[in-house]
Structure formats: structure tokens, C-alpha cells
Design a protein around this ligand. Sequence first.
Ligand code: GAL
Length: 663
Amino acid sequence: MSKLELGVCYYPEQWDPSLWRDDAAQMVDMGLDWVRIAEFTWGLIEPERGRFEWGWLDEVIEILGEAGLRVMMSTPTAAPPKWLVDEHPEILPVGSDGRVRGFGSRRHYCFSSDIYLAEARRIATEYARRYGQNPHVGAWQIDNEYNDHDTVLSYSDAARQGFRRWLADRYRSINVLNETWGTAFWGSTYSSFDQIELPNGLVASPNPTQSLDFRRYSSDRVRLFNKAQADILRDHSPGRDVTHNFMAGSFEFDHHDVARDLDIVGFDSYPLGNLLGSGLSEQEKHRYLRTGAPDYQGFHCDLYRSQGRGRVWVLEQQPGPVDWAEKNPSPAEGMVRLWTWAAYAHGAQAVMFFRWRQAKSAQEQFHTALFRSDGSPDQAAIELKQIVQDRVALPPAKRDKATVAMLLDYTSIWAADVLPHDDDFPNAQIVREWYAALREMGVDLDFVGPDDDLSGYTLIVLPQSMIVSEKLASRLAGSQAKLLIGARSGSMTPDMHTPSNLAPGALADLTGVRVLRVESLPELANETVLFFEKTSLAFTGWREIVDTNQEVIGQFISNYRDGSPAVIRSEKATYLAMVPGQELLRQVLQNALEWSGISPADHGPDLRITQRGGLGFAFNYGTSALHLPTCDRRKILVGSDPVMPRDVTVWNEVGPLDQTAAK
Ligand code: GAL
């Protein structure tokens, strides 16, 4: 199935049943294949413990299925019913301020609650028994957006008890924990696991290993919760794909881990909703206010495709203005279509639009949909027509493995949160910036986690891998790839200790670098790097003073240790002793690609080009027409050359490729 499939998120429970049949017919008429339903229906299906009202949902599924749609059913655990909360108030999550988060919206459960886990298993089993063999049900979504509304970390009593058990299991002896956490520091030694508290509400910063362990523990609880339901669905609904919808820019739990238990990784795509809160500059936010960042779709689809072993679906696509960001602009006309094809180009197998019809009561009334609340088509419905037409013109194509991989490690991101040193340390933002800069050069990427297969890549980049185990270092050394390693990498052991050989720890042999000191500088410091003795370019405030016996290809220009190494190259690895600013990053990446035998292109800020099998895709996020790079023979299937503003061009490579970029 490599043609794009289309779908919609539908909330029949919010509408009069007299509309259901017409809605279904219209969905089919519009070319939709899938309809996702029921993720918030627990309180309606089981209005009191043990009493089930399945009738209406049976009917909905029947209507949708008979109309020709495939149903993605959901387990409803993202919204436990009121009676359950009243019965067991201890299932509620607790914020880091110690306040219990109450009933009345959603996600009001704590991942640490074993009572809730048992209830989630029970209700998932009920749903799976009821619909697992239903011929219209083709796939399942578990729960909804695990970290939505910041609900991965909870500071409840259940979390305290669960954390203690997790620690006892990990360390076995309290002395080992004391040793590993370094509790001699400030005399915070423990004599039993039962004494350990959660790392919130303290006077000063908590113990870093404790904080990191709490992040690991919380992530493990998400995995446990997800797997419990995945197992139930596989038992009762064999042959159906199981998915969960991951969010954008989300690093709160280890997505590599959770994805292992899914057949498809889902992604909820809100390019404008996520723009203003992103790490882009004000200038870029202005430029992309109505398009979203040009690499938003690519970054997430590539990441989740890699985690999904080739299978990613967009389970919610922004259709117009959302209602939950600080400001909620309208997308430029054409953007819903552009986002849809960008998702497909980066590997998505299906795109589902959020939502069918705009709500006319309760929360989210200002959130747009395919149709307005009165049933009239909104802009996204118009663009959907065009998407369906485009689809006819495109032969099936499957995304190939890339030659460049980006290593993304969630534990490293937590580690830099726990011990930032620099309040503005860009952390996960570094990963997005490297991705964007590489994409601007036309490079297609895969993502890898620390445990993934590293074979077959020409270049592996590690933008921010603060924690590198000996095992990962030796797998990197054994890979055929050249390595580009960002600052701070390997600076902590998995126990959150300074490595005995100093940073970059396990990467020392590979890089030939020893970090003697780190410092963080305010913007006003204005220090720069001389790269290949050519230009002096800005870096962010993070700087390392290193010792090396390898080639120095960039030096700091500073009134402090002027000329100290900033970019160091060994045979296998290039190490950055700072976090480069935009232009320096571009030059470093360009140089690293050439060093790895890949010729970078330069498509400029607004044009993105990528390859899905034999199909080339170009996306224009700008306001003027942009030409495609020259190519001997290319047959355009959709759009034109030049690529029009906010438009898409798709072609078939029918001759030798142009020499612009790595595939
Ligand atoms: C998502 C969520 C949906 C809906 C949507 C609105 O985060 O999964 O249920 O609330 O946002 O944009």
C-alpha cells in the first residue's frame, strides 16, 4: 500500500444521529478511505461501572463500514469517566507544583497508577472484544497523545511508590544507589529505598542522577501503559495495525521505545499551531506565519517513519486555524494540500484530517475542520478535492533508506534539561536546526536511536548526544559512516557522571578530543569561529576548551584563549567544541557532507526537495515562484517548474539524476 490513503477524525457522539449516514456518504464521496473514531468515548460507553451502552457505537461503525470506509477504532483511556475518578481519586495526575489535576477535560490520569493501568486494561479489553473482529475495523489507536497537556511526569503518591520500586529493581542495593547518585554530595545519603522522594518542590536543584532516573522511570511507565493495551488488541483483534499518535517536538518519553510496540507510528501534525512556541527566530516566524516551518512535516515524518520501521501515518492534520496556541493564524491557501504531500513525500502512508466538522459546543469551538459547524465546506475541504485529484496522477512509490542518518537520543535531551549549565542551551532545538540545514541542502535523512542498526550510512550526525555509552561508541566506531559530533556529546556517562577520561568520554578515541573546561557565554560576548581560516562566524553561548592531537579546522576568535580548537577532525569524526549559529552550521554541514563524499545542493530557505522512490517532490514555502534544479529528463506529474508559491511539484525521474543532492 504505497499510494497515499486519506482519512478524517470523526466525533459522531457530538452530533445528532440523523447526520451520521449523510456524513459517511459524503466522506466516501470526497475520496476518504479511513475514519478515526471513539478516543474520548469511555464515559458514554460505560456511564456507570459495568453498564455498557454500545448500541450507538455499533450503529456508527456499521454506517461507516457499509458506506465503504475503514474504521480506525480507538481505546478510550485518554479520558476516564467521572464515576471512576470519584471511585479512585488517586488515579489523578499531580503537577510538579504538587497540585492534583482534576476531572473535566482530559488526560486526567497518572501513568504510575496501577489502579488506572488495571482499569485501562479492562476497558481496552471490552472495546477489543466488542470490535476486534468487526470487519469494518481495520486498525486501532491506543489512547490519545500521551504527553498532551504535560501529563507524562506526574508527582503523585503512586509515582513515588512506583519510582521507589523501579529504583530498587535497578540498583538492588541502596548503597549502589548512593554511590551512583553521588549522595555524599550535600550529605543526602539514603538508608532505604522507602526514603526516596520525587525530585520536585525542593529548595535547590535535585540530584541530577535522581532527576534523570525519574525521567527514565516515567518514560518506562508510558511504555508499560502502551504495551499493556497493544497486547490486548493483538490478542482480540489479530491482523489489525496498532498505533498511537505522537506529538510534534515531543521529547518527554522515549519514543524509540514506545514505537517498538506499535505497528504504525502516528503523528499529529499542527504546523501553525506549533510555530509560535518553536525555537525559530522572530524573523523566521514572521516569514512562515502562514505556512509553518518548511521542515516541520519532514522532521517529524522522517523521525516517526524511522521509529515505525517505515510506517508512519499522520493521524491528525491541521485543517485551518487551531484554537490552542498563543495566537492562531489561518494557513495560506494551499497549505493543507502542501502539508499533506510533504507528509507523503517523507514516508507517510496515510493522512487523516482533524476533524470532520467544527464543534458547536464545548471545548475547541474555534478549531476549524473540513466543514464548518453548519455543514458548509471550509478551505480544507476544497484542498482535499485537489489532493484526491493529485493522487490519481501519482504512481505508488516507497521511500528508500537514506545515506545520512541523524542520531536522536531522548535520554541525552533529558540529561541536558537536568544539567543545562547554560539557561539558553538549545538542546532538542539543535537537532531540529541540523535537520533543517541538511534539508535545505537537499539531503534526505533517516533517524536512528542509540540501539538502532547503524549500517549502510555514509554519514551519521549526532547533534546532541550528551550521554554516550561505551557500547554506542564502539558501534559508531564499527560503522562504515563518517561522524559529525556536536558539542557536549559523550560528556556524561549513562549514570550522569563525568567520564573518568573527561568529555567526550566514550567518544575520546574516535574524536581525539579531551574537553578541559566548558563555559557558557551571554549573547553580548559576540565571540566567533574562524572556519577553515576563511570566515569568522557566530556560535551560540556554548563553548568548550579542548585539547586535541587531531587536525583543527576551526578556531575560536576570542579575548579568552584565542585560537583554541573549535572544530576538530580525526580520520573518522568531526567534533564541534561549540554549538554553531546558523551560517557556521551551514558551512560545517556542507563541509562534512563533502568530506563524506556527498555533494550538497543549495535550495535556499523556501524550497524543499525530497525523494520518495522514483518520485521527486518539491515544496515552495515562499511567496515567489522557484525553479527546480536542472535535470536531464524529468516528467512532471503534478504542478510545474517553476514551483509556484505554496505549491507542490511532483515528477518522475526518467533520466540520469541531476547532481544536486544525496538520495
Ligand atoms: C490534538 C488532540 C485532539 C484535538 C486537537 C486539536 O492535540 O489530539 O484531540 O484536541 O489537538 O488541535
